[in-house]
Design a protein around this ligand. Structure first.
Ligand SMILES: [Zn+2]
Ligand SMILES: [Zn+2]
Length: 150
């Protein structure tokens, strides 16, 4: 692999070794580094962030949410997965796509973690683009209603 200037810069950054029960990781940064959690916005020492993935030089990055937020979300996801209603015949977003022809996704409320319905890819990502709530969709729906030519 050709080393670009960009990659060389990464390689020069300091790193340290973090040991877990099963593994050892070379983590980019310093042991004293602190990061702000993307979720709770609290600042914690790097050890409160899980290992995310390795970069090109086998060095680990850290997740952008702290381990407290990450673990809480993981538990929500697990609890939900064991308690899902069966997949419906049609996408519940009302687009009439059939589950026999399209993969339906478990749409869940980000605030409560509760399953909302089974949505096709289009309905699921579409809702996400408009804020994943009624307010966002209504805003753009009103725009389309008012500005479209009949
Ligand atoms: Zn957090
Ligand atoms: Zn749909």
């Amino acid at each position: 692999m050709r080393k670009t200037d960009h990659n060389r810069g990464k390689q020069d950054r300091p790193s340290f070794i973090r040991k877990s029960k099963r593994d050892k990781f070379e983590v980019i940064g310093k042991e004293t580094d602190v990061y702000k959690c993307r979720d709770c916005k609290k600042v914690y020492n790097q050890k409160h962030f899980h290992i995310a993935q390795n970069d090109n030089f086998g060095r680990a990055r850290l997740k952008t949410t702290c381990k407290f937020c990450y673990n809480r979300d993981r538990n929500v996801r697990r609890a939900m997965a064991s308690n899902l209603p069966p997949i419906t015949e049609f996408c519940e977003g009302g687009c009439e796509r059939k589950s026999s022809e399209h993969k339906l996704y478990n749409d869940h409320c980000k605030k409560t973690g509760k399953h909302r319905g089974w949505l096709c890819h289009s309905c699921n990502t579409g809702a996400g683009h408009f804020g994943d709530d009624h307010k966002g969709i209504t805003r753009i729906a009103n725009y389309l209603k008012e500005r479209s030519f009949k």
